[in-house]
Ligand binder design. Structure first.
Ligand code: DQA
Length: 146
């Protein structure tokens, strides 16, 4: 069975509490629950990992090689700073969809730049928790499962 990794970066463990006017009131575990349901419907195994530490996210991307068939990545603020995450995605040669709850292009200028976008299949942002489901569908379509 094909397998996807849903990877979340810094501060996303605080979803539900953190700036609900920007990110909504759903928690990360709520999001994981709906992602799991979508994955099962599409015939995917799904693994979730969240870390506030850049190196642990790099390790998770490395470990995905040979284990998972695609990655949905919300790198949080590391999106706008991390060449290490960009290089990790390039290195493992797995399809990656960049995900954001908020529309990063409608926010502060520093959020408009993404180091993930150039190495991702594409970017989905601005749809709240639904962004994750759209990313799963995009990966499923890319992998021929949809
Ligand atoms: C975010 C957008 C980032 O700019 C921000 O730093 C986050 C969350 C989003 O999902 O909208 O932590 O990735």
């Amino acid at each position: 069975m094909p397998s996807l990794l849903i990877l979340n970066g810094p501060n996303l463990n605080l979803l539900g509490l953190r700036q609900p006017e920007v990110y909504g009131s759903v928690t990360l575990s709520d999001i994981e629950e709906v992602c799991q349901a979508r994955a099962s419907a599409l015939g995917f195994d799904m693994t979730f990992f969240q870390s506030n530490h850049e190196g642990l996210l790099v390790d998770a991307i490395h470990d995905a090689r040979g284990t998972h068939d695609g990655i949905a990545l919300n790198a949080g603020a590391f999106t706008h700073t991390s060449i290490a995450l960009m290089d990790a995605i390039t290195s493992v040669e797995l399809p990656c969809v960049e995900v954001h709850l908020s529309n990063i292009h409608a926010r502060e200028e520093f959020r408009h730049r993404s180091y993930i976008a150039p190495v991702a299949l594409g970017q989905i942002c601005g749809f709240g928790a639904q962004s994750y489901l759209l990313a799963i569908d995009a990966l499923a379509s890319h992998l021929g499962q949809l």
